[in-house]
Design a binder for this molecule. Structure first.
Ligand SMILES: Cc1cc2nc3c(=O)[nH]c(=O)nc-3n(C[C@H](O)[C@H](O)[C@H](O)COP(=O)(O)OP(=O)(O)OC[C@H]3O[C@@H](n4cnc5c(N)ncnc54)[C@H](O)[C@@H]3O)c2cc1C
Length: 383
């Protein structure tokens, strides 16, 4: 079994396969990074509540559970033969899998918007979140802009949470009165896939927190020296500090393998996560699953985790013949950190037709505590 990617989907798949299969079957996981990152906690890192050490774990730890960990850059995938070329320090090697699971996430492409990478902090990466934390620590008031560079990105709540947490953090530092936080979004509203009612309620949460929200502002370029953002609708916005969510695309190696479809992401059976190639599965952020309501299933760890469980179960079943086949049912939810030690929670059935059936819970200390518990459990048990 070869699992590509040591993020959420990859770690859960490899661990579940290892538990289910006898030792005679090899389970291999490949990632170019030495560490697994618990991305939801980047939002706490930005405001100084977590360090990189606290939210990462060495992938090598999986070796203790009998999983072979290869650190290397996945350079080629041949899905017909399930062969993978991995470039490591010492050279290249090829792996041939009986079952191949692609969980390579989304590639971030800030360079596709002129001036963006030079002018702002990409808080969707560990390095960018750390640079934003350092800039915020030195910030002594002025205009902070949180920007989504395209309407679709992983964790649809994250930029909204980031804006609320940043404003709360500035208030706690005593510079709230001298600080303004504006959120310019390419999309028409927060978490659009949840439908107009839930989206409007999340928007109210954001605006009630004091963040000024500007929907449907598609950035075209950023003038770094002038500290100005230029939008497609000809509006412009100035900033002293810019935090952004970059454009996403399928990783190069996945695109070059011919795995992606018209949406730019990997098409799969929404229940089994099988690609059109026998024995090749794709899960998590790299897949594009269209929903009846016209938008794709959001990219989120909760779905990568659920899909990983289904794929591992079905592969193990195909090998050892135990149990019934299962299907991913589209259920999931996410916390929405609002600042002040509170969070909301939105979740439900995203495969429901004609629109996802989502319940939104109001911000409370309980949901914030639940997120902390979830984080601690993940970092202790998952890896
Ligand atoms: C700030 C932030 C907050 C978030 N909050 C939440 C949340 O609250 N709830 C939630 O459900 N989701 C959240 N998410 C989203 C969640 O982190 C992702 O949806 C999830 O990680 C997707 O899992 P994945 O396995 O598909 O991809 P990833 O976890 O991104 O893993 C992909 C892995 O593939 C590796 N890789 C890629 N290309 C190559 C290559 N060529 N060679 C070798 N290795 C490669 C990468 O190094 C990476 O380790 C958040 C994300 C961010 C950025």
């Amino acid at each position: 079994m070869v699992v590509l990617g040591g993020g959420v989907g990859g770690v859960v798949t490899a661990t579940a396969l290892r538990k289910k299969l006898p030792e005679t079957h090899r389970v291999v996981i490949v990632d170019r990074e030495p560490d697994h990152l618990f991305a939801p906690s980047l939002l706490w890192l930005i405001i100084g509540k977590r360090t990189a050490r606290q939210i990462t774990r060495p992938l090598d730890r999986l070796g203790r559970r009998g999983i072979e960990v290869i650190r290397g850059h996945i350079d080629q995938i041949a899905p017909e033969s399930r062969r993978v070329r991995i470039v490591e320090h010492g050279g290249a090697r090829d792996l041939e899998a009986d079952h191949l699971v692609v969980s390579l996430g989304a590639e971030l492409a800030p360079e596709t918007i002129p001036g963006l990478a030079e002018a702002g902090h990409n808080f969707y990466t560990l390095a960018g979140a750390e640079s934003l934390r350092d800039a915020l620590a030195e910030f002594d008031g002025g205009e902070i802009v949180v920007l989504t560079a395209t309407p679709a990105y992983k964790c649809p709540a994250a930029p909204y949470e980031a804006a609320m947490l940043i404003l709360d953090h500035c208030r706690k530092r005593g510079i709230g009165a001298a600080t303004r936080v504006d959120l310019y979004a390419a999309e028409p509203g927060p978490m659009g896939v949840t439908g107009p009612e839930v989206s409007a309620r999340v928007r109210r949460m954001v605006e009630d927190s004091g963040v000024a929200f500007h929907p449907e502002h598609q950035v075209t370029r950023v003038d770094g020296p002038a500290k100005r953002i230029i939008f497609a609708n000809e509006a412009t916005a100035g900033f002293d500090l810019l935090a952004y969510v970059p454009p996403h695309r399928a990783p190069r190696v996945v695109r070059e393998a011919g795995l992606v479809g018209d949406s730019g992401w990997v098409p799969v059976d929404p229940g089994t996560l099988q690609t059109r190639f026998p024995g090749v599965y794709a899960i998590g952020d790299v897949v594009g699953i269209p929903l009846k309501m016209g938008k794709p299933l959001p990219k989120a760890g909760v779905f990568a985790e659920g899909q990983a469980g289904v794929v591992a179960h079905n592969i193990a079943r195909a090998i050892i013949g135990k149990g019934e086949p299962t299907r991913f049912d589209g259920h999931g939810g996410c916390f929405i950190e609002t600042g002040g030690g509170k969070a909301g929670f939105g979740g439900g059935d995203f495969y429901a037709e004609p629109v996802p059936r989502i319940t939104l819970h109001r911000p409370s200390r309980r949901w914030h505590a639940a997120k902390v518990l979830f984080e601690q459990g993940w970092l202790r048990r998952r890896i």
